[in-house]
Design a protein around this ligand. Structure first.
Ligand SMILES: [Zn+2]
Ligand SMILES: [Zn+2]
Length: 289
């Protein structure tokens, strides 16, 4: 190799993976990965929702709502259609831009710190852009009625509903996800990783459950499931929690009022259920408020 050194293990894997694949074909793998992760990551949450075990019930954010398997699969089916008719074409037409900004596929692979800091930038840029685009979709009645209303059909979200939206919203908010890599071009590996991580994050925030053991709890200013769940709970008239990942935009622009009160209610309910569990020696049958 022309690197003047032996390939690392990761580079060998990348070399083998990318050999005989054009840059365009590699770029198209983004959609394939998104579909694979969208299919697999929500599965544990589907099981939890179907079982409705008392152990997990404490963490259910909106306990009055339940979903059957067929309802969840219907959501999945509709999302796959938008993947084919919105995400796929967006992918195809955006390739010249990706090529133009210089998303490279060649070796060497970027260092771990380069990948990490680029991902931090992408999350921050996306969060900021998404905040304003999302806020506009609520602000303008036409935008809400014609486009954003579809995503809000889920008053209590489920993991499969993370990308459940009007095709136009997929494109509008998809632009926010592209913005980071356009401003700070990266390696194709980082680009693919970014979209997968962003999707996993969206699946978690739409899970309908707030688990205290989630690793994302350690991310500074991270919103999490309860944060975005509140946005769905209030619906059309919601003037709160527009940000997709972090809490700082809503804090700066004063759009997190109402949410703080709701979070307290949720914490109190959880504490009450925990106490009842201790007294009775077993988990209580959940009583909705
Ligand atoms: Zn909204
Ligand atoms: Zn949502």
């Amino acid at each position: 190799m022309s690197l003047g050194r032996n390939l690392t293990y990761g580079e060998t894997l990348w070399f083998n993976y990318t050999a005989n694949k054009s840059d365009f074909y590699l770029y198209c793998h983004n959609t394939i990965f998104l579909i694979i992760f969208y299919t697999l990551v929500p599965l544990p949450m589907v099981m939890i929702e179907l079982l409705r075990s008392k152990k997990f019930e404490i963490y259910k954010i909106q306990p009055k709502t339940t979903f059957t398997l067929s309802e969840m699969m219907e959501c999945y089916r509709k999302v796959l259609i938008t993947f084919v008719f919105a995400v796929g074409p967006l992918q195809l037409f955006s390739y010249p831009i990706i090529e133009w900004v210089g998303i490279r596929t060649s070796l060497p692979l970027p260092s771990a710190s380069e990948v990490f800091w680029q991902l931090v930038v992408y999350f921050l840029v996306e969060d900021y852009a998404n905040y304003w685009l999302h806020r506009m979709l609520h602000h303008y009645k036409w935008g809400y009625d014609k486009i954003h209303r579809v995503h809000h059909e889920y008053v209590a979200p489920i993991s499969f509903a993370a990308p459940y939206a009007h095709w136009a919203e997929i494109i509008i908010l998809g632009l926010a996800s592209f913005l980071g890599p356009l401003l700070v071009p990266c390696h194709m590996f980082t680009f693919l990783l970014w979209f997968v991580l962003r999707q996993i994050e969206a699946i978690e925030t739409h899970s309908g459950y707030e688990f205290p053991w989630s690793p994302s709890k350690y991310i500074p200013f991270y919103g999490g499931a309860i944060y975005h769940d509140y946005h769905h709970f209030v619906g059309e008239s919601c003037h709160s929690n527009f940000a997709s990942v972090f809490t700082y935009c809503d804090y700066i622009y004063g759009t997190d009022k109402g949410y703080r009160y709701q979070k307290e209610v949720f914490e109190k309910r959880r504490e009450k259920l925990k106490m009842e569990e201790k007294v009775n020696g077993s988990a209580p049958v959940f009583k909705s408020e």
